[in-house]
Design a protein around this ligand. Sequence first.
Ligand code: V47
Ligand code: SF4
Length: 359
Amino acid sequence: MSNLFDTLHHKIAAGVRVTDAEALALFASDDLLAIGELAAHANRLQNGDKVYFNVNRHINYTNLCVNRCTFCAFSKGVEDEGCYTLALCDILEKCAEAAAAGATEIHMVGGLHPDLPFDFYLEMLAAIRADNPALHVKAFTAVEIDYFASLTGQSVEAVIAELKQAGLGSMPGGGAEIFAPKVRERICPEKISGARWLEVTEVVHRQGLKTNATMLFGHVEEHQDRVDHLGRLRALQDHTGGFQAFIPLAFQPDNTRVPGAKGVGGVDALKTLAISRIYLDNFRHIKAYWVMLGLKIAQVALAFGVNDLDGTVVEEKIGHDAGAESPQALAKEQLCGLIRKAGKVPVERDTLYRELRTF
Ligand code: V47
Ligand code: SF4
């Protein structure tokens, strides 16, 4: 095994790509600290000691969804208690609060609503931007873009062009889950395929918008499926360069329906973040999303190749509906404290990773 680590250390130093077989061998290894050291080495070469965060606010405009992914505790049907759709005035109020609190980004996603027209989303974007010209709106997943295209009968290109015109600034990385079809059949049979997610994302990148990519892990997937997922992302990034950050999302099991789900322990979470850093040599940013990981693992992840802690978040529903025990929000000072106490340098960024302030 030490042979593997020596080889990978040299490969990383020389900028040579890690293979799928090597990534699988890392998943099979119990030497967590050696994996972490490799990832920290790869991260240091790209990002030094800087760790990014941003001041943002999440808004989930509706939890109504025509899909029923078995891992999702957030979505509801029209007959279900607790279903909601926010009115535009409520959305604008949340954005005004965010702007007043110093946010630079609104992160907005929702379920696939059964009957809101596409114009609702265009008006929502335009109204947010008119009220808050300085706020960057990062919104909609590739799954929602595909839904808007089928809703309107338009091409993905045309949908993106209209959303951009209305004020869309970039897109988050949700909906990727695990690309392998046999896993998707078990966890999200109604969702677009992994191949379609990648196809839509490629079009988005070609239209000039940056996006992120996620991977939902710790349910029924095998290590092989994770490596396959990473491999498809690395290949697309080679073509487009449009991904900013990769975010492994630790599965939260409460109120979900995934028979045989394995769950995510601390070791698995750190290993997965570290291997993502080692394998995805063309992704500059690996994000530890503290909402799903918990604050302690997210902080320790900063020694395992992670260089981004996401943001202040403020009102999170998707993870918390599924039992996440993390707080709802973090203050900027808390994020800086977590980063500083890990021996790193906190840097506030905007959505496009322009540095706003070093602490
Ligand atoms: O697509 C749903 C995941 C995603 C659960 O791009 C779950 O900056 C864990 O994509 N346990 C939405 N995860 C969240 C997301 C995201 C979050 C933060 C930052 C960014 C970014 C993107 O949440 C969904 C799905 O993969 N999810 N249910 C669950 N039970
Ligand atoms: Fe709907 Fe997204 Fe939840 Fe799937 S993960 S049920 S598409 S809201």
